[in-house]
Design a protein around this ligand. Structure first.
Ligand code: HEM
Length: 503
């Protein structure tokens, strides 16, 4: 065989003589038991799939670079946020939320906007969305919420009754519902949408001072959306194709990265709870500060290895970046790593796309699929220490020791705070939705009302009435318009006759 042709092998590396024919007992006879190559092939095929993500299962990813344009040493010790011009490799994954892996890109849904920054002091994951707020401020509602967005357990179909029933019973969702049903509910492509941390995160500096921050990624391609009618014409793979093709053609998408910053003192007195995920911080009070550019310029080589196995976690912080008292964020700090351990095993951070680009030195050992096996001696800058316990006397041999300098400042708590069930369900759910509505022009308001009417078409009257009451609570024109559109639609489809059994 010529040198330029690579030999086909089995998984153990042994060359394969044939792959189109199996070993049989005679020309017309059955298989024999020594068809181990065939059995390996069939067995591997049976195991090609892993559980898909429980949410955000359908997505696209690309690699690129974050370039810092403003030094942030005054705010943070984060290594990659200091020194203008500093470049950090990143991988981004965009996704829809509700649909499974084989659903469609062109649906009305929130879009995930996740970034992994491979910094020299560990991976920082910014796991956000294309909207600055979220449906809930109470994390225990997440599984209920997602159940209503996914397929109905009986019909296996998307069910707007379930969706609206959740929203009717959770006015805290209304701000995000207004965004979802507005023009921004179906982005034209992943390149034409903004990203947001949505949550309040924090930065802390060398003096131990913490500032609350919200991250914004403003598309340099311009915001572009699809109406429901346009979405039907672009095809179900449109977002994947658009991202992949534009990068293949050298038309690299980019985003301008900005921060909103609030001091601890400002947070104490601000009239909006800065840790309420259903609220934005008005730009007039907290202006956007430009800090960098994000560019995506390389497609993955292998979708399964680099996208399906790509694992983000809001708990992947680096020194200088931390969380906040936002309850939803705190649940997420636990939830994602748990999901990855289930989907990808306990050693998911050793998979190439998730692996930090800096040395990983600790005393965690072994477990399913351990690939970075400690070999009993220090290697490559002390990456693998010979000991598996701490403390020990081996620091001079490269055994890792903690660095107290990276400790984050203590998280403030309210004075005299009581541990217990604190109900914040009724905390102003409508003002910001009303403010947003009043920014819409006439045609945007009309389209919004139409989307309400269409999706409420087969929904019980009692749910519709609660939803319309929420629109009125946000803005009287909003309520009037949605009610009118709904009544017109209801007359047409005789929706008054609809029952809960509306599949
Ligand atoms: C209590 C609230 C939440 C819980 C429990 C939760 C949980 C999860 C879980 C388990 C996954 C799948 C992870 C995986 O298997 O890879 C996921 C994915 C994701 N979530 Fe959440 N989530 C919550 C809220 C949010 C919020 C508020 C945002 C955005 C601000 C968000 C953005 C995302 C994104 C972008 C992904 C996909 C990550 C990727 O591209 O792989 N989630 N979430």
């Amino acid at each position: 065989m010529s040198d330029s042709i690579s030999r086909y092998t089995t998984a153990n590396g042994a060359p394969v003589p044939h792959d189109d024919i199996s070993v049989t007992a005679g020309e017309r006879g059955p298989l024999t038991f020594d068809n181990w190559r065939l059995f390996e092939k069939l067995a591997h095929f049976n195991r090609e799939q892993i559980p898909e993500r429980v949410v955000h299962a359908r997505g696209s990813a690309a690699f690129g670079t974050f370039r810092l344009t403003r030094d942030l040493s005054d705010l943070t010790i984060a290594d990659f946020l200091r020194g203008v011009g500093r470049e950090t490799p990143v991988v981004a994954r965009f996704s829809t939320v509700a649909g499974g892996q084989d659903s469609a890109d062109n649906l009305r849904d929130v879009r995930g906007f996740s970034l992994k920054f491979y910094t020299e002091e560990g991976n920082w994951d910014m796991v956000g969305n294309n909207t600055p707020v979220f449906f809930i401020r109470e994390p225990s509602k997440f599984p209920d919420f997602i159940h209503t967005q996914k397929k109905d357990p009986r019909s296996n179909l998307v069910n707007w009754q379930n969706r609206w029933e959740f929203w009717a019973n959770h006015p805290q969702s209304f701000h995000q519902v207004t965004i979802l049903l507005s023009d921004r509910g179906i982005p034209y492509s992943y390149r034409h949408m903004n990203g947001y941390s949505s949550h309040t995160l924090s930065l802390y500096n060398a003096q131990g001072e913490r500032a609350w921050v919200k991250w914004h990624f403003k598309t340099n391609q311009g915001i572009r959306n699809l109406t429901d009618e346009q979405a039907e014409t672009v095809g179900t793979d449109h977002h994947q194709r658009d991202l992949f093709r534009s990068i293949e053609q050298g038309d690299f998408p980019s985003w301008t990265v900005k921060l909103q910053v609030m001091t601890e003192e400002q947070a104490r007195h601000y009239h909006i709870n800065p840790f309420d995920l259903t609220k934005v911080w008005p730009h007039a009070d907290f202006p956007l500060m430009e800090i960098g550019q994000l560019e995506l310029n390389r497609n993955p080589d292998n979708y399964f290895a680099q996208v399906e196995q790509l694992a983000f976690s809001p708990s992947n912080f680096v020194p200088g970046i931390s969380g906040s008292p936002d309850r939803v964020l705190q649940s997420r700090l636990w939830s994602y790593a748990d999901a990855h351990r289930y989907r990808l095993t306990v050693n998911y951070q050793q998979i190439e796309v998730n692996r930090p680009r800096c040395p990983v030195s600790n005393y965690q050992r072994d477990g399913l699929m351990a690939a970075a096996a400690p070999l009993g001696e220090a290697r490559e800058g002390g990456q693998y220490a010979s000991t598996n316990f701490y403390p020990n006397d081996r620091a001079v041999e490269g055994a890792p020791v903690p660095d107290a300098m990276v400790a984050e400042p203590p998280m403030p708590l309210e004075q005299d705070a009581w541990v217990g069930y604190h109900d914040n369900r009724d905390e102003d759910n409508f003002s910001q939705a009303g403010e947003l509505y009043r920014l819409f022009d006439e045609s945007q308001r009309e389209r919004l009302a139409r989307v309400f009417a269409t999706t409420l078409q087969d929904v019980t009257a009692s749910v519709c009435q609660r939803v319309i009451a929420q629109c009125y609570a946000a803005d009287s024109d909003y309520g009037r318009r949605v009610e009118q559109a709904w009544r017109t639609g209801a007359d047409e489809s005789d929706a008054a006759e609809q029952t809960l059994n509306n599949f």
